[in-house]
Design a protein. Structure first.
Length: 213
């Protein structure tokens, strides 16, 4: 069967281009895997929570599995096709390592600034907390830039699931100016987002919401 990715039928303008089904879409485009999109209006329904207990998107299903969490989905797409993930055990482990690091060691810092400056901007403590959140983010971005070094991709010349997830997570900073202090990291994200598969995935997500107010 053609894999099915579930996402929202509508999101507010500020969220367009950031909904996490982009990660699954991108992975499918990279490996040449056709897919269908299932649209939902409410992620908190009992029916959807049977698939995603936290009431989020995306979810994914194919002929063998039905899963949630973008990292697990991207890894499934890679393993199902034997692409985006090296055959060599050491390189394979490093690719998975970076996928996990993107979600566990980088994304919390990216989300912290969005939560503080957007979703909790009306709280009394938001403005005073801003500098600390930015400093924490910059510390983590510095560490990642050092780890990247002069390499094209995070582990060398091959683009893997680790790169896809790192660039997707860092894409959450798009338009914020937070990557400006980290030119190698900014160039890394630019390289990733310039890939034809990413451009196609992003265009398709944005097209879904193009005619919505």
């Amino acid at each position: 069967m053609i894999p099915v990715i579930t996402t929202f039928a509508w999101v507010p303008p500020f969220a367009r281009g950031f909904v996490r089904d982009i990660r699954a879409r991108w992975a499918c485009e990279e490996v040449g895997q056709p897919y269908d999109i299932a649209l939902i209006h409410d992620a908190k329904t009992p029916e959807h929570r049977c698939l995603q207990p936290f009431g989020q998107v995306p979810t994914y299903r194919d002929e063998e599995v039905e899963i949630f969490e973008s990292g697990a989905i991207v890894l499934r797409i890679a393993e199902r096709t034997g692409q985006l993930i090296p055959a060599d055990p050491a390189a394979r482990s490093r690719a998975i390592q970076w996928l996990v690091a993107a979600l566990n060691s980088v994304e919390p810092y990216v989300m912290a600034i969005a939560i503080n400056d957007m979703f909790e901007a009306d709280r009394d403590w938001s403005k005073t907390r801003h500098d600390k959140v930015v400093d924490d983010l910059h510390g983590r971005l510095h560490d990642l830039e050092v780890a990247l070094g002069e390499r094209q991709w995070i582990d060398g010349d091959a683009f893997t699931v680790g790169d896809l997830m790192l660039i997707s997570v860092l894409g959450g900073l798009r338009g914020s100016g937070q990557l400006e202090r980290f030119p190698r990291l900014a160039a890394y994200v630019e390289r990733g987002e310039a890939r034809p598969a990413h451009r196609k995935a992003m265009a398709d997500q944005l097209a879904l919401y193009a005619d919505q107010s």
